[in-house]
Ligand binder design. Sequence first.
Ligand code: NAD
Length: 354
Amino acid sequence: MIDFHYQINPGRIIFGAGKLAQAKAEAEALGMRRVLVLSTPQQRPLAEDLAARLGDIAVGIYDQAVMHVPVETVADVMGVARKFEVDGCAAIGGGSTIGLAKAIALETDLPILAIPTTYAGSEMTPVWGLTRDGLKTTGRDTRVLPKTVIYDPELTLELPDFISGPSGMNAIAHCVEGLYSQSQNPVTSLMAEEGIRALAQSLPVVVRTPGDIEARAQALYGAWLAGTVLGTVGMAIHHKLCHTLGGSFNLPHAEVHTVVIPQATAFNQAHAPKAMAAIGRALGVKAEDAAPALFDLALSLGAPVALKDIGMKESDLEKAAGIATTNPYYNPRPVIRDDVLALLHQAYDGIRPS
Ligand code: NAD
């Protein structure tokens, strides 16, 4: 029987090629008059372009966003924000840059205009993360949810294939877990299935022909759906494992998701038949082939499929299984340490699930 609660996150979405041109109007609509533009060092030129478009309402650029939002970076950017008396942030970049804007919002309540350039999905979630002494803490707070998001596929044309593939698989992982989430509901399940379909169809084109704007738009549309799912329903064993492997073993975020999602799907195969049917429909395979199809998709993108290839040590697998099974998230299949260790061994060696 249908039985759910569905909390819709507020937010305004502007989607389409060339929509960056609306950034100033959107910032002003949020009441921003003194905007701090945020980016990574690598995306400084894009931040400068955005600042030029914002014109007189851009008061500065902070280009030191890095992965996992270290508290030292937050202290630094807060100093800049105070100096310029900013009244809002425009974050242009991936999850790292948007994460930095969220850290500012958490301390100050300042509104965020997010302009994502990867497929990670942070712009659609009220989840923040902060890293202190190498330990990442995360939490949920609606104050960090961007007020407006501009999705402009033109900004993703330069995203290299080796980032596009894993980043897209990261988005697919949000959809997969959304489908067997404890808090799943009919609307997010529709979004999740469509998200997998859009990403699985577009990503092979994106990595082959990075300049294909149609495929880029399709992938970004999938990423928006995936981010919405991630921001609306709870995640399960896959995300717990990825947080463990990224947080405690410093493995790269999107690549970890890429390696683990086929294995986590196989792990839950027999315990989430409706989800597997939806993943299968989205990938054009039978429900029982959902996990191998995700593995094949990652391979076809030239993305990693083995933890041993992205910096994991075999001797750390036991420790990782221990951390991931302490305070586990809800999961359709009971989370038992030895089963999770077996999953990690499969992921370590990059064995195709069957
Ligand atoms: P990222 O933001 O670190 O970006 C990866 C690299 O790609 C960076 O060097 C960046 O400068 C570059 N880049 C980004 N877009 C580009 C483009 N269009 N063209 C060329 N280069 C580009 O990586 P990510 O995977 O987007 O984000 C990962 C981080 O986000 C992690 O810290 C993760 O924990 C966090 N995250 C948080 C949430 C959440 O809900 N809070 C969700 C997803 C990810």
